[in-house]
Design a protein around this ligand. Sequence first.
Ligand SMILES: NC(=O)c1ccc[n+]([C@@H]2O[C@H](COP(=O)([O-])OP(=O)(O)OC[C@H]3O[C@@H](n4cnc5c(N)ncnc54)[C@H](O)[C@@H]3O)[C@@H](O)[C@H]2O)c1
Length: 252
Amino acid sequence: MEDFFSLSGKTFLVTGSEGLIGLDLCKRLLEAGADVISCDLKSPTNTSNSDKNSFFECDLTTNKGLREFKDFIRNCGVKINGFVHCAYPRPESWGKLFDEISLDEVSLHLNMQLSSSIILSRIICNYLKINGGGSLVNIASIQGIAAPKFHHYRGTSMSSPIEYSCVKSSIIIMTKWLAKYFKNSNLNINCVSPGGVLDKQLEIFQNNYKSDCNNIGLLKPKNVSYPILFLLSDQAKGISGQNLIVDDGWSL
Ligand SMILES: NC(=O)c1ccc[n+]([C@@H]2O[C@H](COP(=O)([O-])OP(=O)(O)OC[C@H]3O[C@@H](n4cnc5c(N)ncnc54)[C@H](O)[C@@H]3O)[C@@H](O)[C@H]2O)c1
């Protein structure tokens, strides 16, 4: 019988590996026996370079960084079986109110978060195609599939920015576009749309948010990581171009 969910002997590269989701994902991949290449703008705080886990520092929003990324994956000496794009660049204007954000600021968000993801995914998919196939998991969000539940933010200074929703819905259609474009290349391209992840949000927000969920409320990072592990596994090969919503029922 096939080993269920076995990722051992495979190598995965995680962008945004030092973030809330990326850090947990790298840990779960290592626990599942995979080799992990962590990739982030900032150096690791508590991951150490080891035989199983190496680190590559890179700014994925610049031409220079994207060139370095391309050179790195070509020359790193191992076949990378799958990529998870968790990096999320936040310009200073992140979270600015709808009535205050300027044209230049919106353009900057779209450029850093969407344009860079398009070019990065081209680099990744072409690499996988040349190397016999593999998987790519992009990270979208529930904010890309539905309008925000604005009442959750009442009593806080938080908001869910319009440009975030626009970027995330674009990541979902980008994923579908790529899956079809790379038809017959043995590529497995999907995305995950997580609900909010617990990260020191105000209690009032946590409670508001939970009122529209089924059991958990704000997710733990592992609630997002395990479904990604599944999408990276051979058992998910029949899933192509899909957006897996992981939100404890927020969107129902
Ligand atoms: N945290 C949530 O509640 C949540 C919910 C839904 C979706 N998501 C999505 O999941 C993904 C990961 O989110 P997160 O909460 O882990 O974010 P995070 O901010 O904790 O981590 C993002 C990581 O990306 C890195 N990064 C930023 N700019 C970069 C660049 N130019 N080049 C390379 N790396 C760069 C950062 O250093 C950071 O380590 C994002 O796409 C986010 O939109 C998060």
